[in-house]
Design a protein around this ligand. Structure first.
Ligand SMILES: Nc1ncnc2c1ncn2[C@@H]1O[C@H](COP(=O)(O)OP(=O)(O)OP(=O)(O)O)[C@@H](O)[C@H]1O
Length: 309
């Protein structure tokens, strides 16, 4: 369990994290999302005691990281997957890490098996692919058998097979009752991996919700309708909460009415429809909409096309 309370970090005059409060619970993968520079890495560093909060607090299993007598048994982390001495074998790297933290040698072979590196465990890490490096990073995080895992962009640069592997591993880890916090800037990836989302922008909390709620909220799109009688249908659809944009070529874009209702109104008035297509915004678009006001650099706003005055 990770709990942040009024967590704030300032670097000089710059506020990286501002008054952040959230709880990451066991048993579900929690995605930590935000545009570049939102403060994800800073927050993760504070969880792991690598950076001190300017004010507020963040605890793992009820205590600050530094107050745990054996923190590696409480929380495992992967911040930079490739920051590993390249001359050593994967096994020797893990053995050295285990030796300095009082973890038994047999745990090294266990984690090597969990991450599927047994075949290459005696090879030099310098020759590892990005995917193998990520597996080794996760093996290091699991070494102390921690109840909480903090992973910064673990799927970055991985091929589809590697992404699927991490996704399944994380599901297994939370099924064992662990707490997993996983950062990403890709909503589409998160929707497949996480069950809960914490979204931040400019260091502040924007959303703390289930992925199911996010997907449901994102589904409020428009409906594209094509007909030879666009003007007639437009008049019939008009209403206080309905928006109808004429896109040309007999195409209307309707908001505020479901497609089945539009089809029924057209049928009742004998208007033939050539097309009736609900337009769902992608999760990525919904995420960008949610964080729109908090991205650091924005392109100039575009005027919507064909919008009636
Ligand atoms: N050591 C530092 N000194 C000064 N400013 C910093 C430092 N670390 C981070 N920042 C600033 O704090 C803000 C948050 O950065 P952070 O790296 O936590 O964001 P992020 O969400 O992890 O972004 P990204 O997805 O790009 O990694 C940024 O504006 C960044 O420039």
């Amino acid at each position: 369990m990770i709990e942040a309370r009024a967590l704030t970090k300032r670097y000089g005059g710059r506020t990286a994290v501002a008054d952040l409060g959230f709880t990451v619970r066991p048993g579900a993968v929690t995605g930590f999302l935000g545009p570049n520079g939102a403060g994800k890495s800073t927050t993760m560093r504070m969880i792991l005691g690598l950076d001190a909060p300017t004010s507020g607090s963040v605890t793992v299993n009820g205590k600050r990281y530094a107050d745990h007598p054996a923190p590696l048994h409480e929380v495992g982390a992967m911040l930079e997957a490739r920051a590993i001495h390249t001359g050593r074998s994967a096994r020797n790297h893990l053995l050295a890490l285990a030796a300095t933290t009082g973890i038994p040698r047999r745990r090294v072979d266990e984690v090597i098996d969990i991450v599927g590196l047994r075949e290459v465990a005696r090879k030099r890490v310098g020759g590892f692919s990005l995917g193998m490096g990520q597996r080794l990073g996760i093996a290091s995080a699991l070494l102390g058998d921690p109840s909480t895992l903090v992973l910064d962009e673990p799927v970055n640069g991985l091929d589809p097979e590697g992404i699927l592997w991490i996704r399944n591993l994380l599901k297994d880890l939370v099924a064992q009752g662990r707490t997993v916090l996983l950062s990403s800037h890709l909503m589409s990836e998160m929707a497949l991996t996480a069950e809960h989302l914490i979204v931040i922008g400019r260091g502040r909390l924007i959303a703390d919700m289930s992925v199911a709620d996010f997907v449901r909220d994102a589904a409020g799109g428009s409906v594209r309708v094509r007909t030879d009688d666009a003007d007639g249908l437009r008049r019939l659809l008009a209403g206080p909460d309905v928006g109808v944009a004429t896109l040309g070529g007999g195409v209307l874009e309707v908001t505020g009415l479901a497609s089945d209702r539009i089809g029924r109104i057209a049928a009742d008035h004998a208007i033939a429809l050539a097309e009736l297509t609900p337009q769902q915004p992608s999760l990525e678009e919904a995420f960008m909409e949610l964080t729109r006001d908090s991205v650091e650099f924005q392109p100039p706003a575009r005027e919507p096309e064909g919008q009636p005055a």
